[in-house]
Design a protein around this ligand. Sequence first.
Ligand SMILES: [Zn+2]
Length: 271
Amino acid sequence: MTSRSVSARGMGAPEPAMPQNFITTSWDDGHPLDFRIAEMLARHGLTGTFYIPRKIDTGVMSEAQVRDLSSHFEVGAHTLNHVFLADTDAATAQAEIAGSKKWVEDVTGKTCLMFCPPAGRFNSLHEPMFRSAGYVGIRTVEFISLDPPRAHDGLMEMPTTIQAHPQPAWNYVKNLIKRVAVFNAWRYIVVGRGLTNGGDWPDLARRLLDQALLHGGVFHLWGHSWEIEQAGQWEPLERVLAMLGQAVRERSTPCLTNGDLCLRGRQSQQA
Ligand SMILES: [Zn+2]
């Protein structure tokens, strides 16, 4: 130990910071079954961001219900008509991106910080549209990421860790190869080792949460309530939310909305 570090300690310098870890959750499409998820989140002391379009074929809650939900949880935009941005023309994309922010704000009476492109699909043409609409951040779909939101010219990009849905292992590998997400692919191979075909997603979720708690990072669970219903995943979801609630209570891991995490990320960029 050098004399300099001894004197620094003597002056009451802080110990090295513990790795920072956070939990966040997000839920797409605004199906009325989102209220079942909301009840589960509240019961486990967790929060969440609900990305709600005005219209979608799978069915969507009423505007009064969106307003109700927004009194306890964050509501983010998900286009007006659940449009896949990459499949539409620039004018339509622009109208859907800006229009859905205004719609969420009119319905909830709150600033809409976040946007989630349907299916996580967008291209570089859309990034200036997200910025000019005034979003703080966008939520993408990534497999196995534990990264905090990343800054792109003032726009925060919020990746995901795991979807509340059984996936064959091949889906993870395919997605990671497509995104050239080398580090995440490595994490899947190391963390997912010995899991049979990736089907039991709560086991993978537990291992990824342990990684985040040990090394720091953002554990981001996401899903669709209509899909959880279809695939019979309410019981596994209950187990995973109980595990996250335990981390919040016993490990003091903060659970923040997507928007609050992006605001934090942006502030630390500016600092
Ligand atoms: Zn969607």
